[in-house]
Structures are given as C-alpha cells and as structure tokens.
Design a protein around this ligand. Structure first.
Ligand code: PLP
Length: 378
C-alpha cells in the first residue's frame, strides 16, 4: 500500500531542514496558530498533575472531557448531542481517519469538494475508497451546491467530506447552504463528515452553522479539534460527534490503534473547554490581527490586492498576484522557498492549480518579512 505524504507536512519539513542548515526561513506552510499557551490550558494540566498518576485513559476519552465537549458544542453551535454521540481522538485528523476506516468498503465513493484539505483523498484511498473530486471556483465563492452533489452522486457514494469553514479557501457556508447539502445527503443516504475544526475562527459577525445543529442529524458526523479554535495543535486533541453506532465502531478502532490520546493532553483540553469562550476569543483576536496585517502588507507590496479571508487562518491566493505566467504552483513554491526563503503550499496539493496557500497564523514580524522577501523576487 503506497500513500503520499501530507504535502503541507512535506513542505514544512523542507523548511525545517533549511532552518537546521542555518538558512532563515519564513514558514507560511504550517497552519499552526502559534501563541503563548492560554492560562486556562496551563491550569488544566496543573490540576491533572495533582492526581500524581498517569494511567491509561478510557479509550473513548476522559468522561469529564467528553461531557465538557458535548456541553460546549450544544451550547455554542446549537447541537443536541448526548454523551454516547461523542469521543476524544488524537486530533481531528484521526477522527476523520477512523470514520473513513469504519465506513468504507473497497470501491465505495466519497465526494470531496476541491480545493480540499490535503489529507482527505489519501485517507479515502488508504481504505480502498474512491475520492470523487468536485471542483469549485472563485466565481462560485469556492462552495459546492446540492446540484453538484447530485451530478457526482452514484450508487457507491458513501460519504461527503464537508469542510466548513474551509482550509485552504477560508470561506464558510450559511445555515441555508448547510441545510440544503444536509437534506440532499440525507435523502440519498450519504453520511456527511463535517470537518468543522475552524468553526470558531470566523471573522464576520455571523453565527457558525454546524451540520450538527440540523434537526435529527443522523447522517452527520461532526469533527472538532482543540488545534485551531483553542490554539493548541501540539496537544493532539480532537473530537468526533455523531450517530452512536458509528462512534462505537470508531472507539473500537481507536482501541486497536492509538488507545486514545495522551492523558496530559486531555487535561489541557479540559482546561480549555472549561473556559472555552475566553480561550477561543484569545486565539481569534490574535488570528484576526495577523490576517489584517497579512492583507495590509500584501496589498502594500503587490499591485493586485487580495481581500481578507472571512474565516480560518489561510489566504488562498491566485498566482496572478505574483505576475506568474504559468500555473505550475509546485514550481512556483519551490522557487519561492529556494530564492525568497519563504515556505508556502502549492495549490496543486489542494487539488487546484494556479493558486498558493499562505497560513497567516505565523508571528507578526515573520508575516511582514516573508511577504517582503517574495515581493523582491524577480
Ligand atoms: N481538518 C482540517 C481542514 C485541517 O486543516 C486540519 C489541520 O490542519 C485538520 C482537520 C486536523 O487538525 P488536528 O488533527 O490538528 O486536529
């Protein structure tokens, strides 16, 4: 079984290797909201350590953490999950991985709107599935419609991976759009794997529309994470919320693979969730500031302006902005890394040529320096 390495991890590693050799690299590739850890997270870890013991945690996650996570999602996004609808995973990534493994038989199809998060197609293929890629465009505001779902649906369609807000485009769907997609999926017996790990990083005054808030969402599996909303990617804590039968299967898979996520990380997550709004506000404020700085700096340096992404931590930029004649995003990113010492991710990795992705979650001085370096490229 061959599986391609994650493109973002690969470019990140290349950037790190250059740094190790003493070359100062500005890294826009990682997508990690790098911030001093919030005191609530520290308090969570310290309280856990007072127990003076590090046993195996329950495979499905600490009871108190599952409870807090359910409470948080129900309160914040209007869902109505119960305890048996929830589990803790090693990041949102493993929740998606386990869901696909639990779900797919050889030849089953999974619809994935493009541009997509880099790992989806590889994960589908890993479990014998077929990734059915549905293109979206700037004119469509990078959103799929129920009509497109219909056009790509077949008797083998098992699931739709629906990333809202989207990495890499930074767009989010309205409640009406979410309901329309969920209704089509329900009518045709498709599970919606709703990857909502950027749910609380929307910079416009709207409420996020979760797939889990649709009435009786028995065809929805919500993926959540502490990585982005709470700025703690290194803790590797994610969650899945969905139909109890599917969650049970995923817990069994977890019992035969990771055994669950680290107890110390779960204490950290408990600290974050006990003060979820404040921790999220802290991360969101910093990410909004970095987004605005990115856009302002970009527009001062390049002739064609970008607009501020409405959500998540990425700027999805057409190569036209850099005066590129061709569309080969991999060659462009390689050149930018080699000559400007800046790591960005090629659109090709997200299933769309002619674009590149910047993670604006980096330190403010790096945002300015990185964009200046690229602007000097001849
Ligand atoms: N889903 C999307 C869209 C992402 O961008 C990421 C990480 O970059 C993940 C899931 C996985 O996040 P984690 O495993 O850190 O929770």
């Amino acid at each position: 079984m061959s599986i391609a390495p994650s493109a973002t991890v690969a470019i990140n590693n290349l950037a790190k290797e250059k740094k190790r050799l003493g070359i100062p690299i500005v890294n826009f590739a990682a997508g990690d909201p790098i911030l001093p850890v919030h005191p609530s997270v520290e308090r969570g870890i310290m309280a856990g350590l007072q127990r003076h013991s590090l046993p195996y945690p329950p495979v499905e996650g600490l009871l108190e953490l599952c409870r807090q996570a359910v409470r948080w999602l129900n309160r914040k996004h209007g869902c109505s999950f119960e305890l048996d609808n929830a589990m803790v995973t090693c990041g949102g990534k493993f929740a998606i991985f386990a869901a696909l493994q639990a779900l797919l038989d050889e030849g089953d199809e999974v619809i994935i709107p493009a541009p997509y998060w880099v790992s989806y197609p590889s994960m589908v293929q890993l479990f014998g599935g077929v990734a059915v890629i549905v293109e979206t465009t700037a004119e469509m505001h990078w959103k799929i419609s129920p009509e497109q779902l219909k056009a790509h649906f077949s008797s083998r369609t098992k699931a739709l991976i629906f990333n809202n807000p989207c990495n890499p485009t930074g767009v989010y769907y309205t409640a009406k759009e979410v309901s329309a997609l969920m209704a089509f999926a329900k009518e045709h017996g498709i599970l919606v794997i709703a990857d909502e790990v950027y749910s609380d990083l929307i910079y416009e005054p709207v409420s996020f529309a979760s797939c889990g808030a649709i009435e009786n969402p028995d065809n929805g599996l919500v993926i959540q994470s502490c990585s982005k909303n709470f700025g703690m990617a290194g803790s590797r804590v994610g969650f899945a919320f969905g139909p109890s039968e599917l969650i049970k299967k995923m817990i069994t898979l977890q019992s035969q693979s990771t055994t669950g996520t680290s107890l110390i990380s779960q204490w950290a997550a408990l600290g974050a969730l006990e003060n979820a709004d404040e921790v999220n506000a802290y991360v969101k404020k910093a990410m909004r500031k970095r987004r605005d700085l990115f856009v302002q700096t970009f527009n001062a340096l390049f002739p064609k302006p970008v607009t501020a992404p409405p959500a998540a931590i990425y700027a999805w930029v057409s190569m036209d902005h850099f005066g590129c004649k061709g569309k080969d995003s991999v060659a462009f990113c390689r050149e930018v890394l080699e000559k400007a010492h800046v790591a960005i991710v090629p659109g090709a990795a997200f299933g769309k040529e002619g674009y590149v992705r910047f993670a604006f979650s980096e330190k403010e001085e790096d945002i300015v320096k990185g964009l200046q370096n690229i602007s000097r490229l001849k």
